[in-house]
Design a protein around this ligand. Structure first.
Ligand code: SF4
Length: 352
C-alpha cells in the first residue's frame, strides 16, 4: 500500500487492513506514517496543551487504570470543584509558558445540574484569554453539550480507552455504547472531539487495532487522538500490568497517524517514563501534540522547560494559534528558550 493511497480520509477500516499495518517492518511503517504526516502537517511543529484537574478523586466510575476512581485505594488527595477564578488564573499561567489549549478535567460520572453553571463560567473565562478550551467531565446529555458549545468550548475529551471487546475488562460502571452516544452528542453540538485510548492494560494487538478502528470509523475523525501509555498507579488493579514494548507503542502512534491523517495524535500520559529518544521517535511516527506542564491530572509529566529543551534539540517549534496571533505568547516561548540556552547541556538543532 503506498503512502499516497492511505493518506485519504477513510472511515471503513477493517481489522485485516489495520493488522497488516501493524505487521509492517518497523522502518516501512514509520516511513509511511511520516510521509502521510507531511502531507497534512508541518513535521517540525507540535501543538502544546495544558491540563488541569478541576475536581479530583472520588469518581464513582471504576476505570481500572485510574488513581481517581473511588473504587480503588490509591491514597490520592481529593479536591472539590475548583473556584472559577483559580482555573482562569491557572490558564493564564499556562498561556504565559506557551500553551495554546487549556484542558480541564473533572472526575465525575457526569456533570451535575448544580455544577454546570461553574463549568460554563470556566469555559468563558479561559476562552476570553484567547486560548482554545477543552473539557473532560464524563458522560454528557445532549442539552449539556449544547450549553458547553454556547459557552465557547472548543473540544470535548471522551476517551474510548480500548476496543469494545476488551472494554468490560477495564470499566464496568458504563458501557462503550454510552461513550459513543456522548461522542455523537458532542459532534451534534458542533464541538471538536478529543478521543483516544491507553496502551499497557493487558490488551491484545487486536484490541489496539480495534480501538483505532472505532476512532477512525466514526463519521468524522476526532480532531485530537491521545494515545496514552499506562502509568501504573499503586492501589489500582493495573498496578502490576506488563510493560508495553516501546516499539509497539511507537507502532500504534504510526498506525493512528496513517488511519487519521488530519488528526492531531497526542503523545499523552506516560511521557515521564519515556526517554528523549523515544519521544523523538514518537514525533517521527506522527505524534504532533503533547501535554505541557508539571502534572497530568494526577500523574507526573515532564516539566515545561524540559520539553522546550527537547523541542530545541530536535528543531521542533510549538505550534501557534493562527486565529490568535499573540506576541506575548511567542515572546514567552522565546524567553524560555533563551533561558535554556544558558544551560551547559543545551544543543540547538535549529542553529545548524
Ligand atoms: S478515568 Fe475518569 S471516569 Fe474513570 S475513574 Fe478516572 S476520573 Fe473517573
Amino acid at each position: 500500500m503506498s503512502a499516497t493511497a492511505v493518506s485519504a480520509l477513510r472511515h471503513d477500516w477493517t481489522l485485516t487492513e489495520v493488522k497488516a499495518l501493524f505487521a509492517l517492518p518497523f522502518n516501512d511503517l514509520l516511513f509511511q506514517a511520516q510521509t502521510v504526516h507531511r502531507s497534512y502537517f508541518d513535521p517540525n511543529q507540535v501543538q502544546v496543551s495544558t491540563l488541569l484537574s478541576i475536581k479530583t478523586g472520588a469518581c464513582p466510575e471504576d476505570c481500572k487504570y485510574c488513581s481517581q476512581s473511588g473504587h480503588h485505594n490509591t491514597g490520592l488527595d481529593k479536591a472539590k470543584l475548583l473556584e472559577v477564578q483559580k482555573v482562569i488564573q491557572a490558564a493564564a499561567e499556562a498561556k504565559a509558558i506557551g500553551s495554546t489549549r487549556f484542558c480541564m478535567g473533572a472526575a465525575w460520572k457526569h456533570p451535575s445540574v448544580k455544577d454546570m453553571p461553574y463549568v460554563l463560567e470556566m469555559v468563558k473565562g479561559v476562552k476570553a484569554l484567547g486560548m482554545e478550551t477543552c473539557m473532560t467531565l464524563g458522560t454528557l446529555s445532549r442539552e449539556q453539550t449544547q450549553q458547553l458549545a454556547e459557552a465557547g468550548l472548543d473540544y470535548y475529551n471522551h476517551n474510548l480507552d480500548t476496543s469494545p471487546e476488551y472494554y468490560g475488562n477495564i470499566v464496568t460502571t458504563r458501557t462503550y455504547a454510552e461513550r459513543l452516544q456522548t461522542l455523537a452528542y458532542v459532534r451534534e453540538a458542533g464541538l471538536k472531539i478529543c478521543s483516544g485510548g491507553i496502551l499497557g492494560m493487558g490488551e491484545s494487538l487486536d484490541d489496539r487495532a480495534g480501538l483505532l478502528i472505532q476512532l477512525a470509523n466514526l463519521p468524522e475523525h476526532p480532531e485530537s487522538v491521545p494515545i496514552n501509555m499506562l502509568v501504573k498507579i499503586q492501589g489500582t488493579p493495573l498496578e502490576h500490568a506488563e510493560d508495553v514494548d516501546p516499539f509497539d507503542f511507537i507502532r500504534t502512534l504510526a498506525v493512528a497517524r496513517i488511519m487519521m491523517p488530519k488528526s492531531y495524535v497526542r503523545l499523552s500520559a506516560g511521557r515521564e517514563q519515556m526517554s528523549d529518544q523515544m519521544q523523538a521517535l514518537a514525533f517521527f511516527a506522527g505524534a504532533n501534540s503533547i501535554f505541557y506542564g508539571e502534572r497530568l491530572l494526577t500523574t507526573g509529566n515532564p516539566g515545561a522547560q524540559k520539553d522546550l529543551e527537547l523541542f530545541a534539540r530536535l528543531g521542533i517549534k510549538p505550534e501557534q494559534r493562527t486565529d490568535h496571533a499573540d506576541e506575548v505568547h511567542q515572546a514567552a516561548i522565546e524567553q524560555a528558550l533563551i533561558e535554556q540556552k544558558n544551560s551547559a547541556l543545551f544543543y540547538d538543532a535549529t542553529a545548524v
